[in-house]
Design a protein around this ligand. Structure first.
Ligand SMILES: [Zn+2]
Length: 124
């Protein structure tokens, strides 16, 4: 099995609804996102998936979140903008735009760090 991953970062503000603690009030994070793809076979070039295309897709998805107040953006106007929900959202948006590859490489996980020491992972 092969795995490739790309990391991206973005900055955004949020506050958690129905939560009592630090994240209840409006504040920001410098988020880090890691998308991991895996598959059993490489293509004829020796790649599992083209990093350049994966980065382009991920950057496109993240540009919709960067420097935004997440609670004002769908689906986070209704869904709490927790790291867990962000990871799933980024997974769904990214998976939709990936190229079909003959080796059927697919996303294994999306991890979102809110801080250097706190992260949430979504696995489909
Ligand atoms: Zn927070």
């Amino acid at each position: 099995m092969y795995e490739v991953s790309v990391d991206e970062t973005f900055a955004a503000a949020h506050n958690l609804r129905d939560y009592y603690g630090k994240c209840e009030d409006l504040h920001g994070h410098n988020y880090k996102v890691r998308v991991i793809l895996s598959g059993k076979d490489l293509d004829s070039t020796g790649l599992l998936y083209d990093f350049v295309h994966l980065k382009q897709v991920l950057r496109g998805v993240i540009s919709g979140l960067d420097h935004k107040y997440l609670n004002e953006l769908a689906p986070f106007d209704k869904l709490n903008p927790s790291a867990e929900n962000l990871a799933r959202h980024i997974y769904e948006q990214t998976a939709e735009q990936l190229r079909q590859t003959p080796n059927s490489a697919g996303i294994t996980s999306v991890t979102v760090w809110e801080t250097e020491t706190s992260a949430a992972t979504y696995r489909p």
